[in-house]
Design a protein around this ligand. Structure first.
Ligand SMILES: *Cc1c(COP(=O)(O)O)cnc(C)c1O
Length: 376
């Protein structure tokens, strides 16, 4: 029996170990740990990679979302439109500021929020829309952004799962995190650009908002012990920045590998003749999917999970319960049936092993094991 875990960060570490250790030594020798030179260099490298004016590090992806909403003065009584099918943090950041999360159902093929259903949910209270580029694929926001701009509604991109993805918009390549007012990134270890601890970052092209975010991430002060407003303690540390600078040099190559792995899964489903049981994740035209997760839709999901598990294959469910049905959001009055596409997806989605170092023979084993299950 082969063992194919859902994730294996050790393989990735092995491939960059010496660079990382050098970078860590540099930080340890400097004894500068919070923000500082290393973080500034990282922020500049990210800004030039993404071609944005400002990249501002912070403590986590969750904080990046929260800081963005704070910078837009989202508060009690406001509404923020988002998807019910994402990690909890997307909506909890809205609720933490006492605003209402207004959910819009997803597109069943790409799993992203259905862009065409957003406009009808905008009201006079709508302050922002948070679009999540789920599992590594950008939602087609190039059409949405001008529409929101006209109405004075801000677009926030949750890019936690989509570092390096892009779409062609009007003949130009636009990376995720460069279209909205803010792009919010997470460097949680399993993200495509992952650190060795928590970390996050916001992008923006707007001078005033960049300045505000820099203040908000450090107690509302620009480092002179004069506090202009209440902020947070949410800073990126130098050790994470040094690690991320190493990994940034490889992330395009790793994303390319993820795409090859995804393509190989598709082909294996065909050669093993299980396409009537398994639907693979679709890539939209004009887009570059970076497969932070490889999420299929499948028949008899829970029995399949058990079978794979018995045969040494790790899987995950992203996500077992859509956000409108989460106990923490009870008070908003959403109920079962409100977002049928999200609810259906939570019942039949399954994430297969996906990381740049996954080997063809391991993929072959995963799909062969699935085929045996469906044929028994
Ligand atoms: C990981 C993730 C976050 C939160 O990032 P953290 O760094 O873990 O706080 C937010 N949104 C989405 C879609 C995520 O996947």
């Amino acid at each position: 029996m082969m063992h194919v875990p859902a994730f294996d960060l050790k393989r990735n570490y092995e491939s960059v170990k010496s660079e990382i250790k050098e970078a860590l030594d540099r930080v340890l020798d400097s004894q500068k740990f919070i923000l500082g030179d290393e973080v500034e260099k990282f922020e500049n490298e990210i800004a030039s990679y993404l071609k944005v004016a400002y990249a501002i590090g912070c403590g986590s992806g969750t904080d990046a979302l929260l800081l963005s909403l704070l910078a837009l003065d989202v508060r009690d009584g406001d509404e923020v439109i988002t998807t019910p099918y994402t990690f909890f943090a997307t909506a909890s950041s809205i609720v933490r500021l006492r605003a209402r999360p207004v959910f819009v159902d997803i597109d069943p093929l790409t799993y992203n929020i259905d862009i065409n259903k957003i406009e009808e949910r905008i009201t006079s209270r709508t302050k922002a829309v948070i679009v999540v580029h789920l599992f590594g694929q950008m939602a087609p926001i190039e059409k949405l952004e001008p529409l929101l701009s006209d109405k004075g509604v801000h677009l926030i991109e949750d890019c936690a799962q989509s570092f390096g993805s892009w779409r062609k918009a009007n003949g130009e390549i636009k990376r995720s995190g460069t279209i909205g007012t803010f792009g919010c990134f997470s460097f949680y270890p399993t993200k495509n650009l992952g650190g060795y601890g928590d970390g996050g970052l916001m992008t923006t092209d707007i001078d005033a908002l960049a300045k505000r975010i820099r203040k908000l991430r450090a107690h509302g002060s620009l480092n002179d012990y004069i506090h202009e407003e209440l902020g947070m303690n949410s800073r990126l540390d130098a050790i994470q920045a040094a690690i991320l600078r190493c990994k940034l040099r490889h992330v395009d190559e790793w994303n390319k590998k993820r795409r090859i792995i995804a393509e190989r899964y598709h082909l294996l489903f065909e050669t093993h003749e299980i396409t009537e049981f398994v639907k693979y994740p679709r890539e939209m035209e004009g887009g570059y999917h970076v497969f932070n997760q490889y999420v299929i839709r499948c028949k008899k999901r829970d029995a399949l999970i058990e079978h794979l598990n018995e045969h040494g294959v790790g899987t995950r469910i992203y996500y077992p319960l859509p956000l409108h049905l989460q106990p923490a959001f009870d008070s908003f009055g959403y109920k079962k049936g409100d977002f049928p596409e999200a609810e259906k997806l939570s019942q039949d989605c399954l994430a297969l092993p996906m990381y740049p170092e996954l080997m063809p023979e391991e993929q072959e084993y995963v799909v062969e094991t699935m085929a045996r299950f469906y044929r028994q």
